[in-house]
Design a protein around this ligand. Structure first.
Ligand SMILES: [Zn+2]
Length: 201
């Protein structure tokens, strides 16, 4: 007996939606049916927003955060402390730190952390750019805000050794960040305390 299925275009749509993070088979089916049955143009608005965001947003040329110009809003903000640099793993780590208001300096996103198991080597990260910034921008302090797990620690240690010869003060945020979770899953108070309680290296 042949099993009845949705027509091919709906099955295609479900298959495409399933590629999105966090969307399982049931959600994909629900969203696909909502798109098909919508009586307004909300699905088209979503299509347009996807196209617009993908065309307009790029990584900031200096720090790696999300930008619509060459520099992001943080790098372009002249009121921020120009002498402090906070190094994070991912561009998505920056907003949680911003929300704590504990830091008003500049950021540098590495684009990941050193991870031999995932074949991520130092040259795959924005480390050359970091060294160049530390040499050119005359920071008085570089703060490391990487995850407190094995790979985050190893990456911090690697960078500390690289930056020591520059003579800049190096510090790290206090421990207490969820291991493996990175900064995204840490709550604001934990992050605030981690930033305020940073210690020199
Ligand atoms: Zn930037």
């Amino acid at each position: 007996m042949r099993k009845t299925e949705y027509p091919e275009p709906i099955r295609q749509l479900i298959a495409q939606l399933r590629q999105m993070p966090g969307v399982g088979p049931r959600s994909a089916e629900r969203i696909a049916l909502w798109i098909i049955r919508s009586r307004n143009d909300h699905p088209e608005q979503i299509t347009n927003a996807i196209t617009a965001a993908r065309q307009a947003v790029r990584p900031c040329a200096r720090c790696g955060f999300f930008a619509t110009e060459e520099l992001c809003d943080i790098c372009a903000d002249a009121t921020r402390a120009a002498d402090q640099l906070c190094v994070v793993e991912q561009a998505t780590d920056i907003l949680p730190l911003e929300k704590t208001s504990a830091f008003r300096g500049h950021y540098h996103s590495l684009g990941g952390r050193i991870s031999p198991l995932d074949h991520v080597a130092p040259e795959d990260l924005r480390i050359k750019e970091l060294i160049a910034r530390v040499e050119a921008e005359k920071f008085s302090e570089v703060i490391f805000a990487l995850a407190a797990d094995v790979e985050g620690e190893a990456t911090t240690n690697y960078l500390v050794e690289l930056l020591k010869p520059t003579g800049v003060t190096l510090s790290r945020i206090a421990h207490g960040l969820p291991a493996g979770g990175g900064l995204e899953s840490a709550d604001e108070l934990t992050l605030y305390q981690a930033l305020s309680g940073r210690r020199q290296l």
